[in-house]
Design a protein around this ligand. Structure first.
Ligand code: 9GP
Length: 828
């Protein structure tokens, strides 16, 4: 197109699309421009929020011009791309991160100050984009950061929910949920792409015909459809939202059925209305299945459209496209691609299936049975009749091959089948994901081994070991150290002589030598204390509790789940409380003061998890008021834990708790964030804790509890041999039952999980070693010089856990893609 233009036109475009300069005055001009034109406001009626909007819009202008360059150059090269399909992207705030990544935070800070505002207040005005539940969604956000930093050609695909994860408020000690309508004001970090709109079909029936060569063809005749509209985010994430399809509304309208047409429209919009608030549990709701199909179909359509532009053969598809399934949520994409290739592109089943299986790879994030996605066959058939047929065919051909390899093993076929023979039949999405992918990975070494010996054991026997690999999770140091802990980041840069560590985290090893330098240790600990003061202020503001920054800050922040054992933590806190109460004044003088901080949301329907929150708050109410305890122990539940709160909490920890029953936490990623910020951890031999231990050494971590391979025997012993409850734990339970913390009846269902429920998560079995590990923490903290050395060594040896390392492993070993650095010049 451009070639047709006269030279003067091209020159004019090139001259006018030159990037804006980065001096403070140009920045100020662009901020004022957005205030007066985009926002139509004047200086006298500006508040922090409008200042935020203007700074964000100005930042976005700069991001977009860089982004355009990247996309322009990439579309010329047309390399193989990876598409990361995730129902959750837990992005948090964008502005601080974007300014830091562009190296413009100081200049914007100066500009906004001269315009009468304080940068920190402006940053605080941004609401979190909370389109995720916990680790899985935040991992997707970290991976998008690394993909961009490492110049990989990549797109994320997800849903643009109107409501993100609910806001949590604590009322009378209980969690209450409030909607998170994060789009109340325009979101400056997204660009609506109204030109990209795709029709997504549902329901109806399948027509079977024979073509001219006698081949049976299936045509899906849908019953209804909705539109998928794209919004793009500056991190290369395309999020779909649903809208009614005009054509369908019109038919209904013309038939005089106005109310129905409006109802259909509302139903269409419902699809992307809300994020399901379950972490590690499956709800089985029809709307969720609709979300999954809507999203995978729209994304595949987009991917295929981009592929078709290059006029290549279908057999080249896997050389141009890698699709990563973030958990089983996007597994329908496998079926949809097979349908497109067979029904619409008229490829043979086998050719199509080869393309499909070379394209997809699947990440498993959990072994918990309650999290395994299954869809009831009748519900599925009603929504996606053609897809159900395809799933049955995939299963048939797969089981025929299994039967050939392992003849006469009915039990094996039953176990491996994609269809579970229940009433009604269920589709096992994890099996479908394994069968339709060329690689399956777990998210930490222990977890990747566990899936091979438990949920996917039969599949390993059938496919062989090579298909099952490990990709240990990682976190982005740009957000989780540089942005969240600016003082520590600056100290590290000063100590190492440059900031290359931000993109090559192994360089932190250089800090090991600094652990021996007393002056450096002092600076290190001064920064830790400043971060604790910042958190103490947040606790004062949100909970009205005074905590001393000189106490040991002990933190457990994550989703509330029985397997994560916040219950065990609060039980140990009660034990500590009782111990202090029984001490003489002289004994109390040697107690290490501790502030135990909790945070995290429970799924709204998860009764036991919500009771744990109530117990924490009831214990806090008693302990924090008890003059016999004073500052020796404080208990805090920080409400509405989210990414931006994590950015304050993580840098402020002395010790954090990662205490899941061994074999239940696939990886964990907050463990990595805390240790990277020089916080020590107490943890079980579970998930990534094990690899953290390997990297930082056993002197710098507090490990306790049973090991994954012991869990089965311990459960069996408790259940059938009546192992008595740990005596210290028994004392704690009796204290609750005596009414030390509110009416004991409230907590009876919780206590029953230890007795009637036979303590599935092995709190009693691990309790004694947990108490001992906590005592070791107290003792170690007393020696601040030694503690500061440990803290420095923690940070120094965390290089492995950069998400840059994880993403590079995926790129090299699963996706087979290469980075394409884009020159920072040229505009058209
Ligand atoms: O529970 C895992 C968590 O351990 C892991 O760090 C995270 C990211 O890989 O995924 C979580 N799993 C889920 O949220 C559901 O499968």
């Amino acid at each position: 197109e451009k070639a047709k233009w006269p030279k003067e036109t091209i020159e004019l475009w090139e001259r006018l699309s030159k990037k804006e300069a980065n001096d403070v005055e140009t920045i100020e001009k662009s901020i004022v421009h957005h205030v007066t034109t985009t926002l139509a406001r004047a200086a006298y009626n500006m508040d922090n929020f409008s200042a935020y909007q203007a700074v964000a819009l100005s930042t976005r202008d700069r991001l977009i011009s860089r982004w355009n360059e990247t996309q322009g150059q990439l579309s010329k090269v047309d390399p193989k791309r990876v598409y990361y399909l995730s129902l959750e992207f837990l992005l948090g705030r964008s502005m601080d991160n974007a300014l830091l990544n562009m190296g413009l935070k100081d200049k914007y800070g100066e500009g906004i100050k001269r315009l009468g505002f304080n940068m920190e207040d402006v940053i605080e005005s941004e609401v979190d984009a909370a389109l995720g539940n916990g680790g899985l969604g935040r991992l997707a956000a970290c991976y998008m950061d690394s993909l961009a930093t490492l110049d990989y050609p990549a797109w994320g695909y997800g849903l643009r929910y109107n409501y993100g994860i609910f806001q949590q408020r604590i009322v009378d000690g209980y969690q209450t949920e409030y909607p998170d309508y994060w789009l109340n004001f325009d979101n400056p970090w997204e660009l609506p792409r109204l030109d990209i709109s795709i029709q997504i079909a549902f329901g109806g029936h399948v027509q079977t015909t024979q073509d001219e060569y006698g081949v049976t063809r299936h045509t899906w005749i849908p019953g209804s459809s909705v539109q998928a509209i794209a919004t793009e985010n500056c991190n290369n994430i395309r999020l779909w939202r649903s809208k009614p399809t005009k054509a369908f509304d019109l038919t209904s309208f013309n038939e005089g059925n106005y109310e129905k047409s409006v109802e259909d429209a509302t139903n269409a919009e419902k699809i992307t209305s809300v994020l399901y608030p379950n972490d590690n549990t499956m709800a089985g709701k029809e709307l969720r299945l609709k979300q999954q199909y809507f999203w995978t179909a729209a994304s595949l359509h987009d991917i295929v459209r981009r592929f078709k532009k290059s006029m290549r053969e279908w057999s080249d598809f896997p050389d141009q496209v890698a699709i990563q399934l973030n958990d089983t949520h996007p597994t329908l994409a496998i079926v949809e691609l097979q349908r497109l290739l067979v029904d619409e592109e008229l490829l043979s089943w086998d050719d199509a299936w080869e393309i499909v299986t070379k394209t997809f790879a699947f990440t498993n994030h959990t072994v918990l049975p309650e999290a395994m996605e299954k869809w009831s066959v009748p519900m599925f058939e009603y929504l996606l009749p053609r897809h159900l047929q395809i799933i049955f065919d995939i299963n048939l051909f797969f089981l025929q091959k299994v039967e050939k390899k392992f003849p006469n093993d009915r039990g094996l076929l039953n176990r491996m089948s994609i269809i579970e023979e229940a009433q009604p039949q269920q589709i096992r999405m994890a099996h479908l994901a394994v069968v339709g992918s060329h690689k399956v990975n777990g998210v930490a070494a222990l977890h990747s081994n566990l899936i091979k010996t438990t949920i996917f054991k039969d599949f390993v026997d059938y496919y062989g070991e090579d298909k099952f690999v490990n990709k240990t999770n990682g976190i982005t140091p740009r957000r989780w150290l540089h942005q969240a802990n600016p003082q520590l980041s600056a100290l590290i840069t000063e100590a190492l002589g440059n900031d290359k560590w931000l993109k090559n985290l192994s360089l932190l090893k250089g800090l090991n030598a600094k652990a021996e330098d007393a002056a450096f240790r002092k600076k290190w600990m001064t920064i830790k204390r400043a971060n604790k003061v910042r958190l103490a202020q947040l606790i004062k503001d949100r909970c009205d509790i005074d905590v001393s920054p000189d106490a040991l800050f002990d933190i457990q922040v994550k989703r509330i789940h029985e397997y994560k054992r916040q219950f065990m933590n609060i039980l140990a806190v009660i034990h500590r409380y009782r111990t202090i109460k029984s001490m003489t004044a002289a004994q109390k003088a040697s107690v290490q003061p501790r502030v135990v901080i909790f945070g995290g949301k429970a799924a709204p329907g998860y009764y036991i998890a919500k009771l744990v929150i109530k117990l924490i708050n009831s214990v806090a109410a008693v302990v924090n008021q008890d003059p016999a305890v004073g500052d020796l122990l404080k208990v805090v539940f920080v409400p509405d834990y989210n990414v931006s709160v994590a950015e304050i909490i993580v840098p402020a920890s002395d010790i954090s708790q990662h205490i899941s029953t061994a074999g239940t936490e696939a990886s964990g990623t907050s463990n990595m964030k805390f240790v990277l910020n020089g916080g020590l951890i107490i943890g079980t031999l579970d998930g990534a804790n094990i690899e953290i231990l390997e990297e930082i050494g056993e002197d710098n971590i507090f490990i306790f509890g049973c090991m994954a391979h012991e869990v089965e025997d311990l459960r069996h012993a408790q259940r059938y041999r009546g192992v008595p409850m740990d005596p210290a734990l028994q004392g704690v339970i009796s204290a609750i039952e005596r009414g030390t913390f509110e009416d004991p009846k409230i907590f009876q269902p919780l206590i029953s999980t230890l007795t009637v429920g036979k303590d599935f998560y092995l709190i009693s079995a691990d309790f004694a070693s947990y108490i001992t590990a906590n005592q070791q923490v107290d003792a170690a903290y007393k020696n601040q010089e030694e503690w500061s050395k440990k803290s420095i060594r923690c940070t120094a040896n965390m290089g492995k856990f950069s998400s840059d390392r994880s993403v590079k492993e995926y790129a090299d070993e699963i996706w087979n893609i290469k980075p394409y650095p884009v020159e920072d010049e040229g505009h058209l």
